[in-house]
Each structure stands twice: as C-alpha cells, then as structure tokens.
Design a protein around this ligand. Structure first.
Ligand code: FUC
Length: 781
C-alpha cells in the first residue's frame, strides 16, 4: 500500500471511532435514515443516494394558515358555570359546555409543512458496480458526506446548512477531472408550481427558481438554487432543471424564504430575501463558505466536550450500534447521543428564527403528526431542557421571541376566556401564535403553558446572570403570566386553598379543578416573579400580593399508595402507566420537591415514578431519564437509557427508541426525545438546582450556587470527562472521574460567588473569585 492510501485507511478507521460521527455503509432509503443539517431557519435531510441523491429541505415558516386571532369571543361568560359543574362532580357536563362555549375558534391550529426536494440524478451510474460506499454526519463540522468509488473514480458529496450564508450548500467532487455529469432539479412539496430558470445579475452561475404557495394559506414561498460549476461555460444546459456535463466539481447554494414577517404580518417578499442571500455570498468559493460555516458551528459546539469511555462497539456503523446497545457495552454511543442533541439544537434554533417545533425544523410531510406544531404541555419545554446546561444559551432566544408574541395573543385569550389580565397559553401554539384551548375540552383546557414557558425565562437568567435580559425581556413576560393567575386562582371548595381551574393534568383524567402540576408551576412562577422583582428592585406591591397568594396555593399531597397525588383528590391508580408524569414536574424540571428540603414528598414522587414503569414513548423516556437522575439513581437512569437506545424500526412495527439516524421515536419522530436525552445525560453528571428547596420557600436566585457533581453516575460510565457545562449561577463546570470516583472538578464564575458543592453525600462551600478557575480534587472523595 502506498503511504497516502495507508494513511487514508488509517484515517477512516479513526473517523469511525469518533464519538462525533454518525456513519453508515448504505444510502438512506427512509427519511429517518437520512442525515439532518440545519441553520436554524432552513433544514435538510440528506439521503446519500448514488444514482439519485435526495436532499429534502424545509424552511421554518412554511406553514398552513394565516394571521388569525383564535380567541373565542365572550367565552368567559361560561367560565363560572364550567367551574360550578366541576365542583358538583359533573365532569361530563362541564366538558360538554366547555366544548360548546370555551374552545379556540376554530378548535384546531395549523400545521408545519414540507418545502421541497433538491434531486441530483446520475443516470449513467450502475449502482451494482459501486464500491467503498460510506455516508456520514460529522457533528464536529456539521457536514453530511457521501462517498464511493465507481470505475476507478472516487466521488464525494458534502452538504451543510450555513447560518452565516443563510443557505444550504452542496458540493460534489470526483478524483479525476471532468467526471461529473448529472442533472439537478427542484421538486415542490406543494404541487402545481413549476421550477423555472432565470439568470440573476450579481450571482455567479445559473439560478433555478421554484415558487409557490401553501394550499389554502397565506404563506407564499420561493426557493432558489444557484449552480456554480467548474468549469462553467458550455458545461450545462437549462430546461426546467440544470443538466451538468463533465465538470470537475459543482457547488450548489440553495436559499429558501417565505412572505412571513411575524404572526400578524405576511408582507415579506421571499424573492428579495433569496436574492439578498445569494448576492451576499457573491464570489465566495466553496472552501470559504465551508470555513465560515465550520467556524460558526464550532463557536457553539466546541463549548462542551464529553468522554464516557469507549469499547470495541465504537468501530461499528451507527445503525448497528443502536441495535447492539441494550445488550452490549457502548458508552461512547451515549456521548454521541448527547452531542447529537446539541448538534440538533444548533441546527434548529438560532437567534432570529422560529423555536424548535415537534420535529425541530425537519419535516417531510404536509400533514405531519400533531401538525408538527408546538405542544407545550411538555414537548416544547423539553426541547429546551438541555440548552442552558450544555452551554448553548443563545439557542433559546427564538423561544423567547415567540413568548413575546404569545403574550400578545395570550392577553386576548385571557380577556375573552377568563375576563382576566396578564396572558395565558393553553396546551398548543402554532406559527400564528394561537393560545386558546384546542382539540377537545378534556385536555385542551390546560392553563399553565405560558406559566411553564415563563419559568424558562427565569432559568435563562439563572444560567447567564444577565440582568439586562431579566429586566427587559424576562420580567415583563413573567409578570404578565403571573398576573393571569393572580386574577384567576379560585378557592378550592373543600380546603379553601387556592387552585387553578378549569384545567387538566396533561392529558388524562379529564377536565378538573386544581391539578397538582398547575399548582406546582404557578407556585414556582410566583416565586420567580417575586425574586426577579426583588433583584430589579421594582413592583413591591405586586411582590407582596404574590407572596400572599403563593402561600395559599393548595400544597402537594401524599396519597393512599404512598404516591404523590396527581389531583386534589386521592384518585391515582397505581397501575396507571400513562406517558405523562405531570405531577412530578415539581421534581424535574421544577425543583420544589427535593431530597433535603422535602424528603417525604421526594419519596412519594419516587413512588409515583415507580408506578409509571420504565417503558414509555420517546419523550416520556426522556423525562424519566431526567427524573431518575434527580432521584440520584444512576443505575435506574441507565436502565431508561437502555430502553431509549433501542431500534425504533427494525422490520417490525415502529416503537419508541431511536431511528437509524439517531432521531428519537415517539413514534413517530419527535425531537423532544433527543433533547430530553441530552438533558438527562447531563443531569446524571451535574445538577445545579437547590437540593434544599421547598414549595413555599424562596426560589433559587443564583446569588448562592448549588452544584452536585456526578449525582447519578452509573457503573457503565466508570471513567470519563466532561468540560464546559453550565450550572445555575452562571458557573462553568468541568469534571473528570475514574473507576466511578471523581478525580477533578473545575468551577469558574465571572463574578465572586459562594458555591455549595456536593459530591457523594458530602458538601463543601467554595468561594469563587471572578475569572479564577478553582480546582477540587481527591479531598472530595
Ligand atoms: C402530547 C403527548 C403526545 C405527543 C403530542 C405531540 O399530546 O401526549 O404523546 O407527544 O403531545
């Protein structure tokens, strides 16, 4: 073997071992085998086909529908009667009345849509003669690659979605000159509109334009594909596609846009946007587009590294590793899954864009499951669970932009449905920021979506310490969410305590008064608004009012099976294995039920989780993983990981687990399971909630920080290292451990700070000096 060839073999062997590579020996047949790239606005799924390559793409504002106010005018007139019926135990009557008088107008929201496909056809290739095929996704560079040999020539394709270039870039090369001949075409996911070709001044190479409109919708879109060929003249022909003959290399730049400006305005011009994007790229060549893209991606991605150990399984292709995981030893795959979640976050949620929907921004269908919208009784929130602790804080900004809009439409819903101030969001929203109750009255009327999402504003402050953000963005939204409940909490007829209602414990038990989850969320929100107002030194009267109300909210209760009650009444069924575990909110993501602050409730909550069992849908396993980590049980958390990392489709009907491309399966694919997994793996290694917190005590403010190191380390991760995680209190944390024991922890804060560090049941108090990393070593063992 020649030295270069030997080096390449060695290099590809090493690549296969990288925890940052997903790789396969065959092209994708199914969408859930294709590999995702995304720039926070556009996403694409790369199939890596040989005779025909399919790059299915999306843009985050291609939705059905139009600006619309969903509030049901005058719905509040039925509110008292619905509550009265519930208090009288007439649930069915209450639900019937609510269905007639209290639902969103109309009772359904709109759906995220597919956009189109870029198809590259290579009619001259005989696939049976192709050798050395390999397809991969490099998480470190955020590039999807397919390569193969054919008749003595090596072909290679690279695809990435660039945030700086606002476009998807596809690059084709061959190892010998003049060997690339193919056609490129665009396929419209909304039929009826033709791809036409035009020449654009200021843009190098021909441009293929595809325009259209989502059926029965106000959304108009356009995609432009710019072909840059080497050499260019006389090497292509234009029809309604681009035919390319005998070039050395080809680069395509794909830009897509819609007329969406914001939830009330669809007057943008997609043609102007695309032209601006393509012109801005100007004469930049592929290498410089790639360089800018990698630098942008790595600025975020490189903040965290993780090593959980490796094993011989690491040499296998990713799809085979998923199959072998539960019965084998492959800790590195968990590191890959962890980083894949961070990769997906960077790909789907970047400043200026839409928040991650049920599928992030990757979607093949015009009729996706649950409309691929924003279900906020768990799914939207779970999407953002890993974002702060895995050091991608700015990726949460699109969610906060959406909250600003939801607070506007939610104020109308608060007025029309409850005759209340502030703002409210029920269990779903869409691009048009519908906030009223949808689908059915037994689960659509759930009041605490806005309140829960508002706790993310506070968490963002806790993790960043950004007081400007707290003052200008977070507090006004949090305050509005709290005002709604200050106006609408009612006294429970039996206990006289304050409860929400009508509402439900997602998504079971039907319409009720005062489900446990609502009470936990409102208590936390009030505590956070009180703390924020104190830090900002404002609103003393409102602070006092909330302090009074918070103390009166009906407390958590322990029921007859030793469980934490899901409702006001002790009606839990220990055999109930429903995917939602809403009453455990107070353990995670909330932190009002804690090991040292409320040991009895903590024990009851753990009992409830045991009753729910270990099997579940994708996101539900993500939640269980985080919960078992909060219950400080690494082995049980690992057991959930084993359930989560199983093949979701293996010739059998699809079930919860992972698809070959590591997308998490509810089923179908829902990205919350991926983000829940990344958050849960983090939670096994580092926790930063206050382990002494209680429901009615002060909430954590970050003034003193609490850090628990390796709280739920399973024996499967005996030796490892993680760097760059974030803890509440804006602290950077890196850890290494060996044979199950911590060897070193490094903590760093920009401000002077007291940190209570816990490890293996011991606690030490540290004084951090600004900008000075502090190391802890064996003294903790
Ligand atoms: C909630 C969940 C379902 C699914 C849907 C998108 O309704 O109960 O399991 O995740 O959201």
């Amino acid at each position: 073997m020649k030295p270069l060839a030997a080096f390449l073999v060695l290099a590809s062997g090493l690549l296969a071992q990288s925890p940052l590579t997903l790789w396969y020996k065959q092209p994708a047949k199914l969408w859930v085998e294709a590999l995702p790239v995304g720039n926070g606005r556009m996403g694409a799924m790369v199939f890596g086909g040989v005779a025909s390559e399919r790059i299915q793409f999306n843009e985050a504002t291609v939705w059905s529908g139009e600006p619309h106010d969903y509030a049901h005018k005058g719905a509040y007139q039925s509110l008292a009667k619905i509550r009265e019926l519930l208090v009288e135990g007439k649930q069915k009557e209450a639900e019937d009345l609510a269905w007639r008088e209290f639902m969103s107008d109309p009772p359904r929201q709109k759906a995220y849509q597919a956009f189109g496909d870029l198809i590259l056809d290579f009619p001259e290739i005989d696939e049976s003669k192709v050798t050395n095929y390999r397809r991969e996704l490099d998480l470190d560079r955020a590039v999807a690659t397919a390569q193969y040999d054919y008749q003595g020539v090596s072909y290679r394709r690279e695809v990435f979605a660039s945030y700086p270039a606002k476009a998807i870039v596809v690059h084709l090369t061959a190892s010998q000159p003049g060997m690339l001949s193919f056609t490129a075409r665009l396929k419209n996911a909304h039929g009826g509109t033709q791809a036409i070709t035009s020449y654009e001044s200021g843009i190098i190479g021909p441009v293929l334009t595809m325009s259209g409109q989502v059926e029965n919708s106000a959304i108009r879109f356009q995609a432009q594909l710019n072909a840059r060929l080497d050499p260019l003249p006389n090497h292509y022909r234009l029809t309604d596609h681009i035919e390319v003959f005998h070039v050395n290399s080809a680069t395509f730049v794909l830009s897509g846009a819609t007329n969406f400006k914001n939830f009330r305005d669809v007057t943008a011009d997609p043609a102007i946007q695309n032209k601006a994007n393509l012109t801005a790229i100007g004469s930049k060549n592929y290498d410089s587009l790639l360089k800018d893209h990698i630098a942008d991606h790595q600025r975020l991605f490189h903040r965290v590294t993780i090593d959980l150990g490796t094993s011989p399984s690491a040499a296998l292709p990713t799809d085979e590793r998923i199959k072998a995981f539960a019965g084998g030893n492959d800790p590195q795959l968990i590191a890959t899954l962890f980083q894949f979640g961070r990769y997906l976050m960077i790909g789907t949620s970047r400043p200026g864009g839409q928040p991650a929907n049920l599928q992030g921004l990757w979607n093949e269908s015009n009729n996706p499951a649950w409309d691929s919208k924003y279900t906020d009784n768990i799914n939207t929130e779970m999407n953002y669970w890993p974002v702060e602790e895995t050091n991608l804080s700015e990726c949460q900004l699109p969610l906060f932009d959406a909250l600003k809009e939801l607070a506007i439409s939610g104020a109308v819903t608060a007025k029309e449905h409850y005759n209340a101030g502030g703002w409210v969001l029920h269990h779903n929203f869409d691009l048009w920021r519908g906030t009223a109750p949808i689908n059915a009255s037994n689960h659509g009327i759930w009041q605490t979506g806005g309140a829960w999402l508002s706790t993310h504003l506070w968490e963002h402050y806790l993790f960043t310490g950004d007081k400007q953000f707290l003052k200008n963005t977070a507090y006004p939204l949090m305050k509005g969410a709290a005002e709604f409940f200050a106006d609408t909490l009612v006294k429970d007829a039996k206990t006289g305590k304050l409860i929400t209602g009508p509402s439900n414990s997602p998504e079971q038990g039907g319409l009720v008064m005062g489900p446990t989850m609502d009470r936990q969320i409102v208590r936390s929100l009030f505590g956070e608004v009180i703390a924020a107002a104190r830090i900002l030194n404002i609103d003393p009267a409102f602070r006092d009012k909330l302090t009074g109300l918070r103390a009166e909210i009906a407390p958590n209760q322990i029921g007859k099976f030793g469980q934490l009650q899901e409702w006001m009444e002790d009606v839990d069924d220990p055999k109930n294995q429903h995917r939602h575990m809403s009453h455990l909110w107070g353990v995670y993501p909330g932190s009002e039920i804690t090991p040292y602050g409320t040991p009895d409730l903590f024990k009851a909550a753990r009992q409830s989780l045991i009753f729910r069992g270990d099997a579940a849908t994708g996101w539900s396993m993500g939640w269980k993983l985080n919960l078992w980590a909060r219950f400080l049980d690494g082995e049980h958390a690992y057991k959930i990981l084993q359930n989560l990392v199983t093949p979701a489709s293996d010739g059998k009907p699809s079930h919860a687990g992972l698809f070959p491309n590591l997308f998490d399966a509810h089923p179908p694919f829902q990205i919350d399971g991926n983000f829940g997994a990344t958050a849960g793996i983090t939670e096994m290694l580092l926790q930063s909630d206050d382990p002494y917190a209680t429901p009615t005590g002060p909430v954590q403010t970050g003034e003193t920080a609490f850090v628990t190191l390796l709280p739920a380390l399973p024996s499967a991760f005996a030796t490892g290292k993680v760097t760059g995680l974030k803890a509440r209190g804006a602290i950077d944390v890196s850890l290494s451990w060996k044979n199950g024991k911590l060897t070193e922890a490094t903590l760093e804060s920009k401000e002077a700070k007291t940190v209570k560090v816990r490890y293996a049941g011991k606690e030490v108090s540290l004084q951090l000096k600004p900008g000075k990393p502090q190391r802890l070593g064996p003294e903790l063992n």
